[in-house]
Design a protein around this ligand. Structure first.
Ligand code: HEC
Length: 196
């Protein structure tokens, strides 16, 4: 009797482990590491480009740099990689950057975590998703709002008349203003399709 009880408890414990303890997935771990590296490259590239443009040509001219350069730098960053990277946000400037359902969910989760005190640099999320039979590895990292960002994404008093007028004509549906330092401006989103 004791023996049967012992075997039964062992089986239950094994089942709990099997279903509830996340399984070690080296490919997913590799994907997360590659995504983090790609985000570092793209984030660094964009910030450098933006800094140079602002110091050489001023904020209004840098809007054009951001508009033209951001997609180019993004394309270059993943030219020779199976990973796709983009930027997205709950409050968009360019509608081409609109989040999908999974990204909206993660962005909302980031907002909750930030409100509960998690530092912005720690806001990341990875998953394997399946949509219409298409399996993907996915990873997101929150992008914080810094001082320099306020020039183009800040509140009314942070934006000069020039900047406002260019943003109005280039992005008539712009929702990406009113941010303060430390807010989540958006997120980098990386994905990789899993071939069956
Ligand atoms: C010189 C103006 C300018 C500055 C400064 C600036 N941005 Fe932007 N930002 C833009 C423009 C213009 C776009 C739209 C680009 C496009 O058309 O793809 C944009 C788009 C974005 C997006 C993509 C989502 C969306 O709303 O379309 C993110 C994320 C973003 N910016 C974050 C930042 C962060 C973080 C900083 C500070 C480090 C920053 N930006 C500084 C002008 C600026």
């Amino acid at each position: 009797m004791k023996f049967i009880l012992l075997v039964a408890s062992a089986l239950i414990i094994a089942a709990v482990f099997y279903f509830y303890v996340p399984r070690h997935d080296p490919q997913q771990e590799q994907f997360v590491a590659q995504s983090a590296e790609l985000i570092k490259q793209l984030g660094g590239g964009l910030k450098k480009e933006l800094g140079t443009a602002i110091s050489q040509h001023g904020v209004p001219a840098a809007i054009q740099t951001c508009k033209i350069q951001a997609p180019i730098i993004t394309a270059q960053t993943h030219a020779d990689s199976p990973l796709t990277i983009r930027r997205t946000s709950l409050k968009l400037r360019n509608l081409n950057n609109a989040p999908d359902a999974w990204e909206i969910n993660v962005l909302n989760k980031f907002e909750q975590q930030l409100a509960q005190g998690t530092p912005i640099e720690q806001l990341t999320f990875a998953d394997v998703t399946e949509t219409n039979g298409r399996k993907q590895r996915r990873f997101m990292r929150a992008i914080g709002t810094q001082d320099v960002c306020l020039n183009c994404h800040g509140a009314e008093q942070n934006l000069t008349a020039d900047v406002k007028s260019i943003l109005n004509s280039e992005y008539p549906d712009d929702l990406a203003t009113g941010f303060a330092i430390g807010d989540i401006r958006g997120a980098f989103s990386v994905s990789q399709t899993i071939e069956n």
